[in-house]
Design a protein around this ligand. Structure first.
Ligand code: ADP
Ligand code: MG
Length: 642
């Protein structure tokens, strides 16, 4: 059954569901509630319940409606409940105004403030609640699809849905799980807490089981021996290239290069994740391996998440390989059809040995002569399907993924269990630590004078804000900062960068910054990914408490990319204790561990991880022991998957 076959889901809803990442009936059914509200009437004098009050009463006044901001409205009225006169406020329910009138009995659910005797409601029920407690599933909602609507869609989808059992019967009995199809129905329509708990337990296990099973299958598949994987490269030429570098490789770089050269030699496909902190020098490693594959007669691909980054890699590669016969090409979406066509032709006829580019590399027009190695930079920026699409361009290429988001090693081994993991832990010599300060808003003057000093010396500064426009929560925003910085730095050029700009605009701004035509770049976190602007020596992050430590670390990695002393200023009035970790260490692994301890998986895999590790019910950190147990179970019960 297609999503469009589900009753009540029309074209519009289809579009809105898609925005939420729900593309199939299965996605919909697996869109589990993230919490449950238990509704039973509360006593207004019992302060334990102030945060989730459920209370019956009688409306006293006609509702007053006010409109504000662009799409917001506010409906308020007073009502008498348990002998108290209470003011009720609810947002964006102007459409209820005719249903709420003096004398009407309603049940209001929300947060109660006894001082002001105000109840800010999350819902108003027009029919009164049954006496038995009700469990209400709450879903992540969007501007277009409310939690209730989501539940209704799922109800309609479940009519002709049958979940297949994944967990072996014996394990179900062993752990006291229930039938998976039943569990799905219960989680969306719970009527008793005890059974709901069992359903949650079952589905959480099921989710991890499915994931670990896939990992195991991939592992088996990837470990097949086949002589066609052997790449007989020219060791002498590779050594020559390494000797010609303007710097000495770090010992970690040498080690990971050796790991990968071994992969090339072997009759098993390379399937490797290369982790290394920002600035640790992953690119050169990738270049060397691509060159080795070339000497064995194979083409290589390097896919980067942005045009700028692809172009930067391209320029570096051109420089590095100018004295070799290794021919490097570039392909990005921005290029003209004519230019692209030329690249396609050269690629197919084998006149390009190493193609660097963006998503454009996975276009169906791109045909290779003899693709043997596929490299993805900043792999967490891509979805699994994009990476697979690139891989599918060849019969069975070696695969190298690179990531600057270090995951603590134990977690990586479990979750990327089908891959080999190499890490670069040491930084190149001579790199100065970025000196980091946590500053209060009132100390902003110090920060501004530091920026001023840097600009005076011809250096550049990044300024990061969490929001683009003005926002309800009052966080610093890019547009506002732009106005203020224009005033404060009259003789300098201030540029802005954020996700609402088109790709062309973004590239233009980045290019200008790269050429020092823009002196201060105010940006959201879009600036985070990999571009090297060596001349930047200052990174200022407003509302730093809004970000996870790993994100802050990535952002900080934009400066300190040469031998000049660089500085990072974290501006925040709260959460200073956590931010202090940034003052203490520049080690991405330590920061990642700390982040993991403090925030769980959220920030590390975050929104950016594009779906591949998006457990709905499990948390990689909190449920780590369970994950290990499931891994063992999978190993025991899925013997003959291939
Ligand atoms: P990342 O791992 O973040 O992708 P890059 O590959 O962009 O880092 O490397 C950052 C900078 O360090 C580049 O300018 C690169 O030329 C330089 N670099 C890489 N390896 C070394 C080394 N062994 N010694 C000195 N500089 C190096
Ligand atoms: Mg990089």
């Amino acid at each position: 059954m297609e999503l469009s076959d589900v009753k009540l889901i029309g074209d519009k809803s289809l579009e809105h569901l898609k925005e939420m990442g729900i593309l199939s009936v299965d996605d919909l059914v697996r869109n589990y509630p993230y919490r449950f509200e238990i509704l039973s009437r509360k006593n207004i004098n019992d302060e334990r319940f102030y945060d989730d009050m459920v209370i019956d009463g009688v409306v006293q006044t006609s509702p007053v409606i006010s409109f504000f901001k662009r799409n917001m409205n506010r409906l308020s009225f007073s009502f008498i409940a348990q002998n108290h006169l209470i003011k009720v406020i609810i947002f964006n329910r102007a459409f209820m105004k005719n249903n709420v009138y003096p004398g009407k009995e309603v049940t209001v659910i929300g947060k109660y403030n006894p001082k002001t005797q105000t109840l800010v409601a999350s819902d108003i029920l027009l029919s009164s609640l049954p006496d038995k407690p009700q469990i209400i599933p709450v879903y992540h909602s969007s501007k277009h699809i409310t939690s209730k609507q989501m539940n209704l869609f799922i109800k309609n989808a479940l009519v002709s849905y049958k979940k297949e059992n994944l967990i072996p019967e014996e394990l179900k009995v062993k752990y006291g799980f229930i039938d998976e199809d039943r569990a799905v129905r219960i989680i969306h329509f719970p009527d008793n807490v005890k059974v709901l708990k069992t359903a949650l337990k079952t589905l959480k296990y099921e989710e991890i089981y499915g994931y670990m099973k896939k990992v195991k299958e991939l592992k088996t598949k990837n470990k097949k021996h086949d002589l066609s994987y052997v790449k007989d490269f020219d060791e002498k030429k590779v050594e020559e290239l390494i000797r010609s570098l303007p710097f000495e490789l770090t010992s970690d770089q040498k080690k990971v290069i050796n790991d990968m050269l071994d992969d090339l030699r072997s009759d098993v496909r390379m399937n490797r994740l290369l982790q290394g902190d920002v600035g640790s020098g992953k690119t050169i490693v990738a270049f060397i391996v691509a060159y080795a594959a070339f000497t064995a007669g194979f083409q290589s691909a390097l896919m980067a998440p942005t045009e700028i980054l692809a172009f930067q890699h391209y320029q570096n590669a051109i420089k590095l390989f100018s004295r070799t016969d290794f021919r490097v090409g570039i392909l990005t979406g921005k290029m003209s059809t004519k230019e692209k066509k030329k690249v396609y032709e050269k690629l197919e006829s084998g006149q390009i040995d190493f193609l660097i580019g963006t998503h454009a590399l996975i276009s169906k027009n791109v045909l290779w002569n003899n693709l043997g190695l596929v490299i993805t930079d900043e792999q967490h920026r891509f979805g699994v399907s994009q990476r697979l699409a690139l891989k599918d361009k060849a019969k069975s290429p070696d695969v190298l993924l690179m990531s600057a988001t270090p995951i603590p090693r134990t977690y990586a081994l479990t979750l990327y269990g089908d891959m080999d993991v190499s890490s670069i832990k040491t930084m190149p010599k001579g790199r100065k630590k970025v000196i980091t300060y946590v500053k209060k808003t009132e100390q902003l003057k110090d920060v501004l004078s530091a920026i001023y000093e840097a600009l005076k010396n011809g250096n550049q500064a990044y300024v990061i804000a969490p929001m683009i426009d003005e926002n309800e929560e009052d966080y610093t925003n890019v547009n506002d900062l732009k106005r203020k910085f224009d005033l404060a730095f009259k003789n300098y050029k201030v540029g802005i960068l954020h996700g609402k700009l088109s790709n062309e605009e973004k590239d233009k701004v980045m290019q200008e910054y790269l050429e020092n035509k823009i002196n201060i770049l105010i940006s959201t976190t879009v600036v985070e990914v990999g571009v090297d602007v060596k001349n930047s020596t200052i990174m200022v992050i407003f509302d730093a408490d809004r970000f996870g430590l790993s994100t802050l670390h990535q952002l900080r990695g934009r400066v300190g990319r040469n031998d000049l002393q660089s500085y990072c200023y974290l501006i925040s009035d709260k959460d200073v204790q956590r931010l202090k970790i940034m003052e203490e260490t520049n080690d991405g692994y330590k920061i990642s561990e700390a982040d993991f301890k403090l925030r769980g998986q959220g920030d590390i895999f975050g929104v950016r991880q594009s779906g591949e590790l998006s457990f709905k019910l499990s948390d990689i950190k909190k449920d780590y022991d369970l994950i290990l147990k499931v891994r063992d179970d999978v190993n025991e019960y899925c013997k003959n998957t291939n």
